[in-house]
Design a protein around this ligand. Structure first.
Ligand code: SAM
Ligand code: SF4
Length: 342
Protein backbone atom coordinates (compact mmCIF):
# COMPACT_ATOMS: atom_id res chain seq x y z
CA UNK A 1 0.00 0.00 0.00
CA UNK A 2 1.21 3.52 -0.74
CA UNK A 3 0.94 5.44 2.51
CA UNK A 4 -1.60 8.23 2.20
CA UNK A 5 0.01 11.61 1.70
CA UNK A 6 -1.47 13.86 4.39
CA UNK A 7 -0.26 16.98 2.62
CA UNK A 8 -2.56 16.39 -0.38
CA UNK A 9 -4.33 19.48 -1.76
CA UNK A 10 -7.84 18.21 -0.82
CA UNK A 11 -6.90 18.80 2.79
CA UNK A 12 -6.12 22.47 2.41
CA UNK A 13 -9.63 23.36 3.65
CA UNK A 14 -10.13 22.20 7.29
CA UNK A 15 -12.96 20.07 8.60
CA UNK A 16 -15.67 22.44 9.79
CA UNK A 17 -19.24 21.39 10.57
CA UNK A 18 -22.45 23.26 9.88
CA UNK A 19 -22.31 24.93 13.33
CA UNK A 20 -18.84 26.32 12.64
CA UNK A 21 -16.98 23.89 14.88
CA UNK A 22 -13.67 22.69 13.48
CA UNK A 23 -12.79 19.04 13.97
CA UNK A 24 -9.16 18.70 15.04
CA UNK A 25 -9.34 15.56 17.15
CA UNK A 26 -10.01 11.98 16.07
CA UNK A 27 -10.36 9.06 18.41
CA UNK A 28 -9.76 5.74 16.76
CA UNK A 29 -10.85 2.44 18.23
CA UNK A 30 -8.53 -0.22 16.87
CA UNK A 31 -10.30 -3.25 18.34
CA UNK A 32 -13.45 -4.16 20.26
CA UNK A 33 -11.53 -6.85 22.14
CA UNK A 34 -10.10 -6.57 25.59
CA UNK A 35 -8.26 -8.67 28.15
CA UNK A 36 -10.48 -7.23 30.94
CA UNK A 37 -14.27 -7.11 31.38
CA UNK A 38 -14.92 -3.96 33.39
CA UNK A 39 -18.38 -4.15 34.90
CA UNK A 40 -19.56 -0.77 33.55
CA UNK A 41 -18.14 -1.37 30.07
CA UNK A 42 -18.73 -4.97 29.03
CA UNK A 43 -20.88 -7.88 29.94
CA UNK A 44 -19.14 -10.95 31.32
CA UNK A 45 -19.59 -12.99 28.19
CA UNK A 46 -19.00 -10.70 25.27
CA UNK A 47 -19.37 -11.75 21.68
CA UNK A 48 -16.63 -9.97 19.80
CA UNK A 49 -16.80 -8.99 16.18
CA UNK A 50 -15.66 -11.35 13.43
CA UNK A 51 -12.22 -10.33 12.17
CA UNK A 52 -13.49 -9.47 8.70
CA UNK A 53 -15.68 -6.71 10.12
CA UNK A 54 -12.78 -5.02 11.86
CA UNK A 55 -10.62 -2.63 9.85
CA UNK A 56 -7.17 -3.91 9.00
CA UNK A 57 -4.21 -1.92 10.28
CA UNK A 58 -3.70 -0.58 6.76
CA UNK A 59 -7.34 0.56 6.58
CA UNK A 60 -7.05 2.21 9.99
CA UNK A 61 -3.91 4.02 8.83
CA UNK A 62 -5.57 5.12 5.60
CA UNK A 63 -8.64 6.61 7.27
CA UNK A 64 -6.69 8.20 10.13
CA UNK A 65 -4.24 9.68 7.64
CA UNK A 66 -7.09 11.13 5.56
CA UNK A 67 -8.25 12.94 8.69
CA UNK A 68 -4.74 14.24 9.26
CA UNK A 69 -4.79 15.54 5.71
CA UNK A 70 -8.02 17.33 6.57
CA UNK A 71 -6.51 19.15 9.51
CA UNK A 72 -6.87 16.75 12.42
CA UNK A 73 -4.00 17.52 14.80
CA UNK A 74 -4.53 14.98 17.50
CA UNK A 75 -5.16 11.26 17.29
CA UNK A 76 -6.11 9.14 20.25
CA UNK A 77 -5.85 5.39 19.83
CA UNK A 78 -8.30 3.47 21.96
CA UNK A 79 -10.49 0.37 21.97
CA UNK A 80 -11.40 -2.15 23.47
CA UNK A 81 -7.88 -2.50 24.66
CA UNK A 82 -5.70 -1.10 21.88
CA UNK A 83 -2.55 -2.83 23.08
CA UNK A 84 -4.05 -6.32 22.65
CA UNK A 85 -4.52 -5.72 18.91
CA UNK A 86 -1.93 -7.79 17.07
CA UNK A 87 0.50 -5.59 15.17
CA UNK A 88 -0.73 -2.36 16.75
CA UNK A 89 2.81 -1.14 17.35
CA UNK A 90 3.25 -1.07 13.57
CA UNK A 91 0.29 1.30 13.35
CA UNK A 92 1.87 3.61 15.94
CA UNK A 93 5.16 3.50 14.05
CA UNK A 94 3.48 4.30 10.73
CA UNK A 95 1.41 7.14 12.15
CA UNK A 96 4.66 8.55 13.47
CA UNK A 97 5.38 9.80 9.92
CA UNK A 98 2.71 12.49 10.40
CA UNK A 99 4.37 13.59 13.64
CA UNK A 100 7.70 13.83 11.86
CA UNK A 101 6.20 15.84 8.99
CA UNK A 102 4.52 18.20 11.47
CA UNK A 103 1.04 17.49 10.05
CA UNK A 104 0.03 15.90 13.34
CA UNK A 105 0.77 17.34 16.77
CA UNK A 106 0.09 14.33 18.88
CA UNK A 107 -0.68 10.62 18.94
CA UNK A 108 -1.97 9.48 22.30
CA UNK A 109 -3.39 6.32 23.73
CA UNK A 110 -6.04 5.24 26.22
CA UNK A 111 -5.19 1.89 27.74
CA UNK A 112 -6.00 -0.33 30.69
CA UNK A 113 -2.25 -0.59 31.26
CA UNK A 114 -1.94 -4.37 31.36
CA UNK A 115 0.50 -4.49 28.41
CA UNK A 116 2.37 -1.27 29.13
CA UNK A 117 5.23 -2.91 31.00
CA UNK A 118 6.23 -4.57 27.71
CA UNK A 119 5.25 -1.83 25.27
CA UNK A 120 5.90 1.54 26.92
CA UNK A 121 9.41 1.85 25.43
CA UNK A 122 8.18 1.10 21.90
CA UNK A 123 5.36 3.62 22.26
CA UNK A 124 7.84 6.31 23.30
CA UNK A 125 10.07 5.37 20.35
CA UNK A 126 7.08 5.77 17.99
CA UNK A 127 6.59 9.35 19.15
CA UNK A 128 3.86 8.87 21.75
CA UNK A 129 4.34 11.33 24.59
CA UNK A 130 1.25 10.89 26.74
CA UNK A 131 -0.93 7.96 27.75
CA UNK A 132 -4.18 7.73 29.68
CA UNK A 133 -4.31 4.70 31.92
CA UNK A 134 -7.68 3.63 33.28
CA UNK A 135 -7.54 2.62 36.91
CA UNK A 136 -10.53 2.72 39.25
CA UNK A 137 -9.05 1.37 42.48
CA UNK A 138 -5.77 0.59 44.24
CA UNK A 139 -7.29 -2.38 46.08
CA UNK A 140 -6.24 -5.62 44.36
CA UNK A 141 -9.44 -7.47 45.30
CA UNK A 142 -11.76 -4.69 44.18
CA UNK A 143 -9.72 -4.32 40.98
CA UNK A 144 -10.19 -8.02 40.29
CA UNK A 145 -13.94 -7.65 40.90
CA UNK A 146 -14.42 -4.49 38.83
CA UNK A 147 -12.41 -5.82 35.89
CA UNK A 148 -13.69 -9.40 36.35
CA UNK A 149 -10.30 -11.01 36.83
CA UNK A 150 -7.65 -8.33 36.26
CA UNK A 151 -4.32 -8.17 38.09
CA UNK A 152 -3.65 -4.75 39.63
CA UNK A 153 0.10 -5.41 39.91
CA UNK A 154 0.39 -5.61 36.11
CA UNK A 155 -1.21 -2.20 35.69
CA UNK A 156 0.99 -0.60 38.33
CA UNK A 157 4.05 -2.14 36.63
CA UNK A 158 2.74 -0.71 33.36
CA UNK A 159 2.41 2.78 34.81
CA UNK A 160 5.93 2.51 36.26
CA UNK A 161 7.27 1.46 32.85
CA UNK A 162 5.44 4.28 31.06
CA UNK A 163 6.87 6.90 33.39
CA UNK A 164 10.32 5.34 33.18
CA UNK A 165 10.09 5.58 29.36
CA UNK A 166 9.38 9.30 29.69
CA UNK A 167 5.66 9.13 28.88
CA UNK A 168 3.40 11.53 30.69
CA UNK A 169 0.67 9.50 32.40
CA UNK A 170 -2.87 10.54 33.25
CA UNK A 171 -4.99 8.23 35.36
CA UNK A 172 -8.68 7.90 34.43
CA UNK A 173 -11.13 6.54 36.96
CA UNK A 174 -14.82 5.93 36.53
CA UNK A 175 -16.66 7.13 39.64
CA UNK A 176 -18.87 4.34 40.97
CA UNK A 177 -21.15 5.16 43.87
CA UNK A 178 -20.84 1.91 45.80
CA UNK A 179 -17.55 0.53 44.60
CA UNK A 180 -14.87 3.23 44.64
CA UNK A 181 -16.43 6.56 45.73
CA UNK A 182 -14.91 6.43 49.23
CA UNK A 183 -11.47 5.58 47.83
CA UNK A 184 -11.28 8.31 45.19
CA UNK A 185 -9.45 10.89 47.38
CA UNK A 186 -6.73 8.27 48.05
CA UNK A 187 -6.52 7.45 44.36
CA UNK A 188 -6.17 11.14 43.48
CA UNK A 189 -3.48 11.62 46.13
CA UNK A 190 -1.65 8.55 44.84
CA UNK A 191 -1.74 9.73 41.20
CA UNK A 192 -0.66 13.26 42.06
CA UNK A 193 2.04 11.88 44.37
CA UNK A 194 3.64 10.15 41.39
CA UNK A 195 3.36 13.14 39.08
CA UNK A 196 0.31 11.95 37.15
CA UNK A 197 -2.81 14.01 36.38
CA UNK A 198 -6.09 12.36 37.26
CA UNK A 199 -9.50 12.47 35.60
CA UNK A 200 -12.77 11.28 37.05
CA UNK A 201 -15.47 10.06 34.68
CA UNK A 202 -19.21 9.76 35.27
CA UNK A 203 -20.71 6.48 34.13
CA UNK A 204 -22.36 6.78 30.77
CA UNK A 205 -25.33 4.76 29.56
CA UNK A 206 -23.69 2.95 26.67
CA UNK A 207 -24.25 -0.63 25.61
CA UNK A 208 -25.85 -3.44 27.58
CA UNK A 209 -23.85 -4.49 30.63
CA UNK A 210 -25.07 -6.84 33.35
CA UNK A 211 -25.59 -4.19 36.04
CA UNK A 212 -28.24 -1.51 36.44
CA UNK A 213 -26.14 1.53 35.66
CA UNK A 214 -28.37 3.94 37.57
CA UNK A 215 -27.17 2.08 40.70
CA UNK A 216 -23.57 2.94 39.89
CA UNK A 217 -24.10 6.54 38.86
CA UNK A 218 -22.31 9.07 41.02
CA UNK A 219 -22.69 12.75 40.24
CA UNK A 220 -19.30 14.41 39.96
CA UNK A 221 -20.89 17.68 41.05
CA UNK A 222 -21.63 16.03 44.40
CA UNK A 223 -18.19 14.45 44.50
CA UNK A 224 -16.51 17.76 43.78
CA UNK A 225 -18.44 19.37 46.65
CA UNK A 226 -17.22 16.60 48.95
CA UNK A 227 -13.60 17.01 47.85
CA UNK A 228 -13.93 20.73 48.50
CA UNK A 229 -14.83 20.02 52.13
CA UNK A 230 -11.19 19.08 52.74
CA UNK A 231 -9.25 20.30 49.66
CA UNK A 232 -8.90 23.61 47.88
CA UNK A 233 -9.79 23.24 44.21
CA UNK A 234 -8.83 26.02 41.85
CA UNK A 235 -10.52 26.07 38.43
CA UNK A 236 -8.07 25.98 35.54
CA UNK A 237 -8.77 27.65 32.24
CA UNK A 238 -7.46 24.70 30.20
CA UNK A 239 -9.96 23.03 27.97
CA UNK A 240 -9.38 20.29 25.45
CA UNK A 241 -12.59 20.91 23.49
CA UNK A 242 -13.98 17.84 25.18
CA UNK A 243 -16.15 17.15 28.21
CA UNK A 244 -13.35 17.48 30.79
CA UNK A 245 -13.03 20.44 33.11
CA UNK A 246 -9.85 20.79 35.15
CA UNK A 247 -8.94 22.04 38.60
CA UNK A 248 -5.71 22.17 40.55
CA UNK A 249 -5.75 20.59 43.98
CA UNK A 250 -3.76 22.97 46.20
CA UNK A 251 -2.90 20.29 48.77
CA UNK A 252 -1.44 17.81 46.26
CA UNK A 253 -0.25 20.27 43.62
CA UNK A 254 -1.79 18.02 40.96
CA UNK A 255 -4.37 18.45 38.24
CA UNK A 256 -7.80 16.87 38.47
CA UNK A 257 -10.29 16.61 35.62
CA UNK A 258 -14.02 15.98 35.74
CA UNK A 259 -15.74 14.40 32.76
CA UNK A 260 -19.45 14.98 33.24
CA UNK A 261 -21.27 14.19 30.02
CA UNK A 262 -24.54 13.57 31.85
CA UNK A 263 -24.78 16.65 34.01
CA UNK A 264 -23.25 19.29 31.75
CA UNK A 265 -23.53 20.27 28.16
CA UNK A 266 -20.17 20.49 26.48
CA UNK A 267 -21.26 20.27 22.89
CA UNK A 268 -20.77 23.89 21.75
CA UNK A 269 -17.00 23.59 21.77
CA UNK A 270 -16.83 19.97 20.62
CA UNK A 271 -13.86 19.46 18.31
CA UNK A 272 -13.88 15.67 18.07
CA UNK A 273 -15.19 12.72 16.15
CA UNK A 274 -14.80 8.99 16.69
CA UNK A 275 -13.99 6.13 14.38
CA UNK A 276 -15.01 2.65 15.49
CA UNK A 277 -12.90 -0.40 14.79
CA UNK A 278 -15.40 -1.31 12.07
CA UNK A 279 -14.88 1.98 10.27
CA UNK A 280 -18.05 3.71 11.40
CA UNK A 281 -17.58 7.40 11.98
CA UNK A 282 -19.57 8.83 14.86
CA UNK A 283 -19.58 12.59 15.00
CA UNK A 284 -21.38 12.67 18.38
CA UNK A 285 -20.78 10.24 21.26
CA UNK A 286 -24.36 10.43 22.45
CA UNK A 287 -26.23 9.94 19.19
CA UNK A 288 -26.71 7.13 16.75
CA UNK A 289 -25.59 9.15 13.72
CA UNK A 290 -23.01 7.28 11.71
CA UNK A 291 -21.13 7.18 8.44
CA UNK A 292 -19.81 3.88 7.15
CA UNK A 293 -16.27 4.64 6.00
CA UNK A 294 -15.44 0.94 5.75
CA UNK A 295 -18.04 0.58 3.00
CA UNK A 296 -16.50 3.59 1.28
CA UNK A 297 -12.96 2.24 1.24
CA UNK A 298 -13.85 -1.41 0.65
CA UNK A 299 -16.01 -0.23 -2.24
CA UNK A 300 -12.83 0.88 -3.98
CA UNK A 301 -12.98 4.59 -3.18
CA UNK A 302 -9.99 6.72 -4.02
CA UNK A 303 -8.70 9.31 -1.59
CA UNK A 304 -10.94 12.05 -3.01
CA UNK A 305 -14.05 9.86 -2.43
CA UNK A 306 -12.92 9.12 1.11
CA UNK A 307 -12.40 12.80 1.83
CA UNK A 308 -15.82 13.62 0.43
CA UNK A 309 -17.43 10.97 2.66
CA UNK A 310 -15.62 12.36 5.72
CA UNK A 311 -16.60 15.94 4.88
CA UNK A 312 -20.23 14.90 4.38
CA UNK A 313 -20.34 13.15 7.77
CA UNK A 314 -18.72 16.06 9.61
CA UNK A 315 -21.05 18.50 7.94
CA UNK A 316 -23.97 16.57 9.45
CA UNK A 317 -22.45 16.53 12.97
CA UNK A 318 -25.37 17.03 15.38
CA UNK A 319 -25.59 20.14 17.50
CA UNK A 320 -25.65 18.24 20.78
CA UNK A 321 -26.14 14.93 22.52
CA UNK A 322 -28.99 13.38 24.40
CA UNK A 323 -27.88 11.43 27.47
CA UNK A 324 -30.26 11.16 30.40
CA UNK A 325 -29.46 8.73 33.18
CA UNK A 326 -33.12 8.73 34.30
CA UNK A 327 -34.03 7.06 31.04
CA UNK A 328 -31.03 4.81 31.10
CA UNK A 329 -32.47 1.53 32.31
CA UNK A 330 -32.06 0.86 28.61
CA UNK A 331 -28.86 2.33 27.21
CA UNK A 332 -29.24 5.71 25.49
CA UNK A 333 -26.88 4.45 22.84
CA UNK A 334 -26.87 0.76 22.06
CA UNK A 335 -23.21 0.47 21.07
CA UNK A 336 -20.65 -0.39 23.75
CA UNK A 337 -17.97 2.09 24.74
CA UNK A 338 -15.43 -0.59 23.81
CA UNK A 339 -16.58 -0.49 20.18
CA UNK A 340 -16.85 3.28 19.95
CA UNK A 341 -13.67 3.95 21.84
CA UNK A 342 -14.03 5.81 25.11
N1 SAM B 1 -9.40 -0.34 27.35
C1 SAM B 1 -8.93 1.01 27.42
C2 SAM B 1 -9.15 1.56 28.81
O1 SAM B 1 -9.83 0.94 29.63
O2 SAM B 1 -8.60 2.63 29.05
C3 SAM B 1 -9.51 1.93 26.39
C4 SAM B 1 -10.97 1.80 26.07
S1 SAM B 1 -12.08 2.16 27.41
C5 SAM B 1 -13.64 1.90 26.62
C6 SAM B 1 -11.90 3.93 27.52
C7 SAM B 1 -12.44 4.56 28.77
O3 SAM B 1 -13.85 4.43 28.78
C8 SAM B 1 -11.93 3.97 30.07
O4 SAM B 1 -11.37 4.99 30.86
C9 SAM B 1 -13.17 3.41 30.71
O5 SAM B 1 -13.11 3.51 32.09
C10 SAM B 1 -14.26 4.27 30.11
N2 SAM B 1 -15.58 3.67 30.11
C11 SAM B 1 -15.96 2.45 29.66
N3 SAM B 1 -17.29 2.27 29.80
C12 SAM B 1 -17.78 3.40 30.37
C13 SAM B 1 -19.06 3.83 30.78
N4 SAM B 1 -20.13 3.08 30.61
N5 SAM B 1 -19.17 5.08 31.33
C14 SAM B 1 -18.08 5.87 31.49
N6 SAM B 1 -16.84 5.51 31.12
C15 SAM B 1 -16.68 4.30 30.57
FE1 SF4 C 1 -11.61 -3.23 28.55
FE2 SF4 C 1 -11.24 -0.62 28.80
FE3 SF4 C 1 -13.73 -1.64 28.67
FE4 SF4 C 1 -12.29 -2.09 30.82
S1 SF4 C 1 -12.97 -0.10 30.11
S2 SF4 C 1 -13.47 -3.63 29.67
S3 SF4 C 1 -10.26 -2.23 30.04
S4 SF4 C 1 -12.22 -1.68 27.07
Amino acid sequence: MTPYDASSPQGSRGLTDSFGRTVTYLRVSVTDRCDLRCVYCMSEHMTFLPKVEVLTLEELDRIASAFVGLGVKKLRITGGEPLVRKGVMGLFQNLGRHLKSGALEEVTLTTNGTQLAQLAGQLADAGVKRVNVSLDTLKPDLFRTLTRGGDLAKVIAGIDAAQAAGLSVKINAVALKDDNAAELPDLIRWAHGRGADMTLIETMPMGEVDADRTDQYLSLTALRAELESFWTLRDLAVTTGGPARYVEVAETGGRLGFITPLSHNFCEACNRVRLTCTGTLHTCLGREDAADLRAVIRGGADDADLIEAIRGAVDAKPKGHDFHIERASAPAVARHMSTTGG
